[in-house]
Design a protein around this ligand. Structure first.
Ligand code: 3PY
Length: 267
């Protein structure tokens, strides 16, 4: 039940991911097969066009089955922001689809982070219910094996992207069960009153980004960040970030098409 993301965590190595925003199995598979160096994919049901119901199950299966022996780890970003009454069923649905991890946007207090953990773990650690006839099969294990492996190997990750979350970051990162905090530089910049990154964040936001990483690491929690290029990602890896998103399906499509046409036309 191990998967690329947790293997990277165990080896204490930076892992690299990409963002999926387009619905359907073909974008998911194409992205997941693009490089053996892709450790994880975020299936974005928040700002992406992938519906949680019924679309996420097919995206998750396509990503994790994309390579012989298993593709990248699929992490689902749920649509509900800030932990609402909807977060609970959305986390359940994302994990029942076979996801290896869940990403919850705009979590700004330790109490809310604890709610995320409770929804993501089976008892005794949490309150997740079991019932899907598909999930264990997607992981290729039996039901009892799934119940044990899920509590050990599901990545529980929350986004730090508000002023309030920055104030509470150490307490959020220290919540038992939170494996990683994820920095969303766009929302973080806006919340702090700065323009969004273009492509680098404002220097004042950059200071906050480094502080979030330090606070997470101080309590033994991993720190993830969203980047829009491999070059930016390499810098983040050197700085000590643990999980680095380097591109998205639509971003790579746009950049790739523009580059090839510029090369061909000489303009
Ligand atoms: C942000 O930068 O706000 C994100 O959530 C990344 O998509």
């Amino acid at each position: 039940a191990s998967h690329p993301l947790f293997r990277a965590f165990k080896a204490n190595k930076a892992s690299f991911g990409a963002w999926l925003t387009l619905p359907g199995t073909f974008p998911a598979r194409t992205l997941a097969q693009a490089s053996p160096h892709l450790d994880w994919v975020v299936v974005d049901c928040e700002h992406g066009l992938i519906p949680l119901v019924p679309g996420v199950a097919e995206s998750v299966s396509a990503i994790q089955g994309a390579r012989p022996g298993g593709g990248p780890s699929a992490i689902v970003r749920i649509p509900a922001t800030g932990v609402t009454a909807s977060s609970s069923w959305q986390i359940k649905h994302a994990l029942d689809a076979g996801a290896r991890g869940v990403l919850v946007p705009m979590v700004s207090t330790a109490e809310k982070a604890s709610e995320v953990v409770a929804d993501s773990l089976f008892p005794p650690g949490g309150r997740r219910g079991f019932g899907s006839p598909f999930t264990h099969g997607i992981w290729g294990v039996t039901v009892p094996e799934y119940l044990e492996a899920a509590n050990k190997h599901i990545l529980i990750m929350v986004q730090i992207e508000t002023k309030e979350a920055v104030e509470n970051v150490r307490a959020i990162a220290a919540v038992e069960g939170i494996d990683a905090v994820f920095i969303g530089p766009y929302d973080l910049s806006i919340s702090l009153g700065y323009p969004p990154p273009s492509p680098d964040p404002h220097p004042e936001v950059e200071k906050v980004i480094q502080k979030i990483r330090e606070e997470a690491h101080a309590v033994g929690t991993k720190c993830a960040i969203f980047c829009t290029s491999g070059a930016q990602g390499a810098i983040r890896a050197k700085q000590g970030f643990d999980m680095i998103n380097v591109t998205s399906d639509t971003g790579s499509m746009t950049e790739g098409i523009a580059k090839h046409l510029a090369d061909a036309s000489g303009q």
